[in-house]
Design a protein around this ligand. Structure first.
Ligand code: PLP
Length: 392
């Protein structure tokens, strides 16, 4: 019987005998670089921790199960995962990438992948016709959905049909929803990427990244690459992410509830010109999200009446912290233009609508009442200072 996702976060379908670890309920941290052989040609299955480590392997099996993949690789950060994934391509290869991506991915493509001879077409995967951009060297489509930070929603099923037709890989960065709310492999993607730093870890205390695939050939390539390039996640960080994943379900549910409350509150503020949260029925991606995801997530973006107002919000928040990153217990607010998306070329930022009035909020799991009270105080203070009023 297939287990439900909350159970998969805690138990593997086939548990090893508990006696292997003295019955330890919390999986042990195998803090070792190397492993003794029982004799010549008699390995325990573990030779060297760059290749295999039991704690990392346990985490990889759990993440593969959560994404319904055949294999998952745990890397030292989300960017390490994307960098390793780019090793699938050779000079001359062409990729189609969505224009609204985490700024670090854009920086990697523009500065490292291009130097390595890869070419890119940057398009809007939610609106543009992908087929118009495919050429004989095209190998893959890479996107996030919802996107960071503008929360655009792409139809994974439709894109996977195009990918199949032209024999392209469909690669989806699923960081924003986590496997709790969305499983791109089930919708036709070939590779799923995660910044495990975010919801999977869930506590803003460590970095991690994942590549998950349901293809045996990709798994083999990735296993060769992790062994060769050496960016595998350390045993201790693997354990932290294992611990974080145990509560993924309840965290995602609570953070989503909070995001919905905050989105509805923001909509009522006179100084807020636009609230972009795919859980609001007026969001253009609402229908697609309902058909391909089990939730809307806990990330939202909003635009204020002026740059000064946006900066004042960042200056005045106290319990809500002004910090990069997302997906942890703590609610964080980010200024994409100078933080996560500072390295995105200006014309792309402008095209995507990332302005100096745009703030991104990652709802945490605090009590919603306290979050709304904090926001209310911040907005009141700003209004008081400029002598304005709120929407009636
Ligand atoms: N993908 C997305 C959507 C992200 O938001 C981030 C980081 O913010 C990354 C990838 C990179 O992950 P990391 O910071 O763990 O390297």
């Amino acid at each position: 019987m297939a287990r439900e996702i909350e159970t998969k976060c805690i138990h593997l379908e086939k548990e090893e005998g508990g006696t292997d670890h003295y019955g330890a309920i919390s999986y042990p941290i195998y803090q070792t670089a190397t492993y003794a052989h029982m004799g010549v040609g008699r390995s325990t299955g573990y030779d060297y921790s760059r290749l295999q480590n039991p704690t990392r392997e346990r985490l990889e099996k759990i993440v593969a199960a959560l994404e319904n993949g055949v294999d998952a690789l745990a890397l030292s950060s989300g960017m390490a995962a994307i960098t390793l994934m780019m090793e699938l391509f050779v000079p001359g290869d062409h990729l189609i990438v969505d224009s609204d991506l985490y700024g670090g991915s854009i920086r990697l493509f523009d500065n490292v992948s291009v130097k390595n001879g890869i070419t890119f077409s940057v398009i809007d995967c939610c609106k543009d016709n992908v087929e118009d951009h495919i050429n004989q060297n095209t190998r893959a489509i890479f996107l996030e959905t919802p996107t960071n930070p503008m929360m655009n929603v792409a139809d994974i099923r439709v894109l996977s049909e195009t990918a199949r037709k032209y024999n392209l890989l469909l690669i989806v960065d699923n960081t924003f929803l986590s496997p709790y709310f969305q499983n791109p492999l089930d919708l036709g993607a070939d590779i799923v990427v995660h910044s495990g730093t975010k919801y999977l870890g869930g506590h803003n205390d460590t970095l991690a990244g994942f590549l998950v695939t349901n293809r045996g050939d990709m798994s083999e390539k990735f296993r060769f690459l992790i062994k060769t390039t050496g960016a595998g996640l350390s045993p201790f960080d693997s354990w932290l992410i294992l611990r974080g994943i145990k509560t993924l379900g309840i965290r995602m549910q609570k953070a989503q509830e909070n995001a919905m409350e905050i989105a509805n509150w923001l909509k009522k503020q006179k100084a807020v010109k636009r609230v972009i949260y795919p859980g609001l029925p007026e969001h253009p991606g609402y229908g697609t999200m309902k058909s391909q995801s089990r939730g809307f997530g806990a990330m939202l973006t909003f635009q204020l009446e002026s740059r000064e107002y946006a900066l004042a919000v960042l200056e005045k928040v106290r319990m809500i912290r002004f910090a990069e990153s997302l997906g942890g217990a703590e609610t964080l607010i980010t200024y994409p233009i100078t933080q996560t998306h500072a390295d995105v070329p200006e014309e792309i930022r402008e095209k995507n609508g990332i302005t100096d009035t745009t703030l991104r909020l990652s709802a945490g799991i605090e009590n919603a009442k306290d979050l709304l009270e904090e926001l209310d105080n911040v907005f009141h203070e700003i209004e008081g200072e400029k002598g304005g009023g709120k929407k009636s």
